[in-house]
Write a protein that binds this ligand. Sequence first.
Ligand SMILES: Nc1ncnc2c1ncn2[C@@H]1O[C@H](COP(=O)(O)OP(=O)(O)OP(=O)(O)O)[C@@H](O)[C@H]1O
Ligand SMILES: [Mg+2]
Length: 328
Amino acid sequence: MRIAVTGSIATDHLMTFPGRFGDQLIADQLDRVSLSFLVDDLQVRRGGCAANIAFGMGCLGLSPILVGAVGADFADYRSWLERHGVDCGSVHLSETYHTARFLCTTDTEHNQIASFYTGAMADARLIELQPIADRVGGLDLVLVSPNDPDAMLRHTDEARQRGIPFAADPSQQLARMSGEDIRLLIDGAAYLFSNDYEKGLIEQKTGWSDGEILDRVGVRVTTLGPKGAVIDRKGEPSLHVSPAPELGKADPTGVGDAFRAGFLAGLAWDLSLERCGQLGNLTATHVLERVGCQEYELGQQVFLERFTGAYGAEAAAEVAGFVRCHHP
Ligand SMILES: Nc1ncnc2c1ncn2[C@@H]1O[C@H](COP(=O)(O)OP(=O)(O)OP(=O)(O)O)[C@@H](O)[C@H]1O
Ligand SMILES: [Mg+2]
């Protein structure tokens, strides 16, 4: 099964300032702020929703097709993703802009001053799916994850027109998209992914009830944080998939993306929705245990052991035939 993962590709530059921002701000001179914070630490983390999801799928042994727009500075990131099995052959290279970048400085009181530079991400709206399908011999599923809003609408529209099944994953972009646009993103989707909070937001913004949404999508997958996930299909009872026990909590950023990676891997292997949810939960747990979205490693033996521990030997035997982690 050939899966195209469309969405953002970005890096996060995270700095820490060993003082308090408030101490540097002079109340009666805020109309001409000119400040530079000497920071102690710089962490550069690979991210972007599509890159995170494709990375997770690659770690499980798949070769997902990453679709998004980047700048000339992408070379190192590209080789990292390719080393993890991601097909970067259809990543669009902007001639003008740098890769999207999140810059954030945090002070000792956890106050943050941040900027998000969209950069090349805006060029994602120039990407057409058909040449990608031609290059890889057809697409079986297109995931539309957070990206330039015009790109999300275009990919969804093109998939619909060409009859390619698509999965809607609007998450972070729900906040800035209109109800009308969100309806266009999810109507007719084979799968709809969101977390619990976003599920309510989708209903509020589209004006469609829970049941009306289920009428319009094939399968709705809702992640519940520490409670795992729930999978719904029209006319069938909800399927709750319990979480995979975590070994520790380091940083929740990126757990949603990792869940999608595991879930899509299960779909690619034609496993049941329950196995898909279990794969999603266990992959997400690995991200929770590390700081950063792509800092985890999947080892074949440990992954299957943990899968057995969480979901039993029979379930693990089913996924063992497919999971091919790069590490033993
Ligand atoms: N404490 C936890 N223990 C085990 N699994 C967890 C825990 N928190 C999250 N998960 C896993 O991560 C999945 C996604 O979590 P969540 O619903 O919080 O996503 P999200 O809100 O989209 O996160 P984000 O957007 O920050 O990546 C859950 O379905 C579950 O599998
Ligand atoms: Mg999320």
